[in-house]
Design a protein around this ligand. Sequence first.
Ligand SMILES: Cc1ncc(COP(=O)(O)O)c(C=O)c1O
Length: 356
Amino acid sequence: MNFTSDNVHGVDDAILDALRDVNTGTARAYGYDDWSAAAEARLRDVFECDLAAFLVVTGTAANSLALAACCPPYGAVVCHAEAHITTDECGAPELFSGGAKLMGVGGAACKLTPAAVARMLEQMGRGEHEQRPSVLSISQATELGTTYAPDEIAALAAVARDRRMHVHMDGARFANACARLGGSPADLTWKSGVDVLSFGATKNGALGVEAVLFFDRTLAGDFVYLRKRTGQLVSKGRFLAAQMLAYLDDDRWLRNARHANAMADRLAAAVRALPGGRVRLPLPVEANAVFAIVPAALHAHLQAAGARYLVWPGAGPGTDTVADGEVFIRLLTSFRTTLEDVDAFTAAASAGAARR
Ligand SMILES: Cc1ncc(COP(=O)(O)O)c(C=O)c1O
């Protein structure tokens, strides 16, 4: 019953096997091995594009390095005010870029709208007295588990293009979004105007690998220097590549994400059906996250029953507010969440709800 994060689960067995398989003989170091070349080729197939791919170890590094590649030190990155890059990365995007400023824009359900971004950009027209808007960053899926359809991405990218800005996508949970939306990876990225994607794998079954994918290769020019300088050039690179290859093999990335999403749907259906009508799901379930507003007494009951999840900070998701005596919680499912986990939670929640 641990829904705290998709990171609390271990590693997909097939990915562990792949690590064992490459653990023989010698190979060129620092990503100049055959597996690294194969991983880049495979990513080109999946995204149907002549992209440039760079493997790193964490999502924070992927985001921060991708932004550093697109944004000068005197530039600004426009993002949602609750985006992971601005709330949860300890200033790494600012550090790696040498001082870029993150400009947060509000928006319900953690989503940016073209109008809100345009408004922010209109306010930023004072030349060198402020930082130059250089990148628009969007999260797919968002930090509240919502997603952007291709036309929404394209509309945001058009606003960025008007200001000659690049478009970055934080895809720590890109697989969950892609599995849910059903579009092709290409449709959800470069065909909709995304220049660079942080393509997550760790949350969805890898041990620790993420790819920075440049659809606009001109932005990748000095990336190898940025990656080395920030300590993200892994000497035994074949072990990152082996993870990425196994992740993509046989659509494992999508199969894992579909499973996580299905578990989230089951959880959401169970929570919606709780007796008493006092639990609210203020957000659509569009990836592998279920957000709920629950009475404090039910929260206490669930905790006592051993359910683990996050109490989400803030007064509400922008579509609903949390009243006194209520708690806003996040339940996250993963490739390894089981039916038993979900059903145990449902039983505990039903028992708790029936008590009032
Ligand atoms: C939306 C999003 N982006 C990026 C990250 C960063 O990943 P990591 O913890 O591997 O640095 C996370 C992690 O929670 C995330 O939720």
